[in-house]
Structure formats: C-alpha cells, structure tokens
Design a protein around this ligand. Sequence first.
Ligand SMILES: [Ca+2]
Ligand SMILES: [Ca+2]
Length: 334
Amino acid sequence: MSKIKPFQTQLSMLLLYFALSFTIFNVYTKAYAATLNLTVSTNKVIYNVGETVTVNGTLTINSTPVSDGIVAVQVIDPKNYLHVIRALPIGSPTNFVIEILQVYLSDQEGNPKSSVKRGTLGYVTIIWRNNDNADHYTSITLYLYYGNNQPFLAFVPFSGTVRAGVTQNMTVSVPIPSDAPLGAAFVCSAAFSNLPSNNGYAYCPEKSSTFTITFTSSLSTTETLQTQNSSGTYSINFTTPNRGAVLGNYTVYASVSYQGQYTRKTCTFKLILVGDVDFDGKVDMTDVGLVLRAYGSKPGDPKWNPNCDFNGDGKIDMTDVGIVLRNYGNYGTY
Ligand SMILES: [Ca+2]
Ligand SMILES: [Ca+2]
C-alpha cells in the first residue's frame, strides 16, 4: 500500500496542476479574449429582378453559438434608402433595455384594425417601453412587406431619448400602394440604439403582426408573430419585385451588441434586370429586336453585341432569345 502512495501523490499533484492551469486559462480567456464573431452573407452575389434574396449568418462567442443574442439586419438600396430592417433573436434573449410591446394596423386614433384597402392611407400603432432605470437614445423602426415577401415600406418613425421606465406609443400613417397584392401583409417593428448603418444595434427582437390588404373593406383576424432562430444562426429572406425594383448595388449591414462588445459586418449584392440590352430600365420589344439582330453571332463578328449574351457562353442563340422573352415586361430603375 505504502509503495503506491508516492504515485497517488504525484497523480493528484498532476491533476491539481491541470485543474489550476485550466482555471487560469479560463479566467484569462473570459477576461481578455472573449471573441464575439458575427458573419453575414447573401446566398448569391447577383440577382435578377423577381428573385429571392437570402441573408444569413452566425453569431458566436469564443467559437460557441450564442443562445441569447439579437442581431440587427439592415438592407440599404442603391439610392441609399432603407429597404429592410429587422431585429432577429438568436436563441432566446431576455432583459431588453427598450422593448417593443406591440405593433399593429390601426385607425388614426390607434384602435386596432385588421384590414386596409389598397391605394389608401393605413395607420400603424407601435407601443414601446424603456425597462431600464436610465434614459436611452432610441430609433424605432417600421418595416412592412407583402405576403409574397416583397418589402414595400421601411422607415424610422421615431428617433429620440426614451426616459427611464416610460412607455410610449405612436400612430403613423403608411400609404398602401394601389398595385399592392391583395391578401396577407406584415408589419414589423424594433427598437435600436441607432441603425446598423450608423453603428447602432438592436435593443430587443422585433415584434410583428399580420393584416389584410383588401380591394374593398372586409374583416379578418390579426395575429402577432414572433421570429425564431436557433442558437448561433440567423436568416431572413425577401423577394425583389420584377416590376419597379431599384436596380444596382445593395448593402447589407448586420450588427450586434453582446456582453459589452459591439461588432458590425457588411456585405453587398447587385440587383440586375436580365434582358435589358439597352439599359433603359425595361425589357421590351427594343431588347428583343437587339437580340434578334445579334442572333447567331460570336465575339469578333460585326453583329456581335456582348449585352445580348445573357448566359455568357460566347454566342447569341435561342437560349438568349428565350431569356429575353422570359423577362419580357420586367422593369426597374437604375
Ligand atoms: Ca430595354
Ligand atoms: Ca448566349
């Protein structure tokens, strides 16, 4: 028995050494090297009008998926207008400094409504609260999109200081386009320290509700929706309209404030009008004519027009004619 003891002592010393160094290492990484890592990307770099853009990314701290974060995602169109603004829960975040309590379609006085006629002015009421015992500068956002996933309105109806413990509400008008698709639509609101493009972050996950865009007045129910994302990842998507989109380079911002650290990442994508040979913003008979004129040509030929080679295979053939015909009638603005 006594012969084994030195070995046991050595072993326990060794274990103690490992335990100590492991603890010191952990303290060290927590205090000095907690690396917050946010990624953002789109599933494609170039989209044709009518395609769906998917933005996704990950949020980790020390390579571990975050289970209680909020990622802000903002998309700016080529004319620098707000296109999409979201605040996505990563896992199950709690304890929000500023919180959206409700957002819903309403009348001008803030009474809930379930439907609005297209081509008229609708109203949206937002209620938010400062849960903290300090004042906070806040930007409240509104983002509306159709049931077909096309964004149609994104703006900041309120920016200012929200006093400690105070609940505020606001009713704002939202023009419903006369060409709006009938049926379900969605309104979404979140509270930010500032927009991600201005180095801000989301205070809370968004709240959203659904309403109906009608041809004439009718009734339907309004339900509140809550976005869910699993730990460490987020994803949103939106569809670009094939008629009336702003063409060019879009910028996507993603930001997060987590455990005292702030990080922001950006990526870009381009929206193009496939089939628009003369770049006048519409695919019409002129473009079909230009493709037919260049038909059968390859680089170097007098008839060759690189703008007509939509699939980039170095020849203008039936495939390119098919592409211009398939996109016929689409339009957008450069
Ligand atoms: Ca054209
Ligand atoms: Ca071709």
